[in-house]
Design a protein around this ligand. Structure first.
Ligand code: CA
Length: 276
């Protein structure tokens, strides 16, 4: 019984050894014109996503064809080309996928299966496709400082990207008032007087007369307004811009800082990025 099993195993292994090893398929890399093609296509090499040098080589190769350098009937507008280049320089990891898709379009075109239209259509929208949903500026992972202007509407622009966590800070010791006989208040506002009515930008909870408030406008123009007081931590719900002002009724000219002798109060304001 034992013998039979051993024999079987031996036989199988011998049969296995007798099989011819499969030949590795030829992998094309670089510019190649296959039989029957009217021009060449760029076959990107396989490489690691982190390989910046190869990314550059591949990007330059495919872009040279799109710019018309190869005289093979392929060319796209300079605007489209610039848009793609900017997008690819900003997203080097996307080069690999773009080069593969490009090869598919190129093969069909060079083999005469399609006109240049589908390829050119893909290219003219590629820049936009690659950057869709991107934040138009760097995330707020730094600090921005200025002084609060009590007599100015929305100021101190901060540009944020979706998900940025920031601390909005206003110094507490500096005082101002919003009318000649009004009380001296700091960024928290006159906490005995809740801001009510259309004249005030912020009437939700936490918004008093004179409270420092923020306004966030996303890229679709959707606006959110809320209290800051002497400070809040806030996370950007979308890419967009921030501004601050005091919650006044629209009469800005009578807003003044407190003076002590020759010293005038002036509150410091900050956007502090909380992410590394
Ligand atoms: Ca006022």
């Amino acid at each position: 019984m034992m013998r039979l099993v051993v024999c079987g195993a031996l036989l199988m292994s011998v049969a296995g050894c007798g099989k011819k090893a499969p030949q590795a398929p030829v992998v094309l890399q670089g510019w190649h014109q296959l039989e029957g093609w009217k021009g060449s296509c760029y076959f990107p090499p396989s490489y690691k996503d982190s390989d910046r040098m190869t990314q550059n080589t591949v990007r330059e190769a495919i872009m040279s064809q799109w710019s018309g350098d190869r005289d093979d009937g392929v060319s796209v507008s300079e605007t489209a080309l610039e848009r793609i280049e900017t997008a690819l320089l900003g997203k080097p990891d996307a080069v690999k996928g773009v080069a593969r898709q490009n090869l598919d379009y190129c093969k069909r075109y060079m083999a005469g299966e399609t006109s240049f239209d589908p390829w050119s259509g893909w290219l003219s929208g590629l820049g936009r496709t690659l950057t869709e949903g991107d934040c138009p500026w760097p995330p707020l992972r730094y600090q921005q400082h200025d002084y609060l202007e009590v007599d100015q509407a929305w100021h101190f622009e901060g540009r944020v990207c979706k998900g940025d966590r920031i601390r909005i800070k206003v110094s507490a010791m500096d005082q101002y008032r919003l009318s000649d006989n009004g009380p001296w208040i700091n960024a928290e506002g006159d906490t005995s007087e809740r801001a009510l009515g259309e004249k005030y930008e912020c009437t939700i909870e936490g918004c008093y007369v004179g409270t420092v408030i923020y306004r966030f406008v996303d890229q679709q123009g959707v606006t959110t307004i809320g209290p800051v007081g002497t400070g809040i931590e806030w996370t950007a719900p979308e890419h967009g811009t921030l501004h601050l002002q005091v919650n006044d009724d629209g009469t800005w000219f009578d807003n003044v800082w407190r003076k002590k002798g020759s010293l005038v109060d002036h509150a410091a304001i900050s956007y502090i990025g909380l992410d590394e």
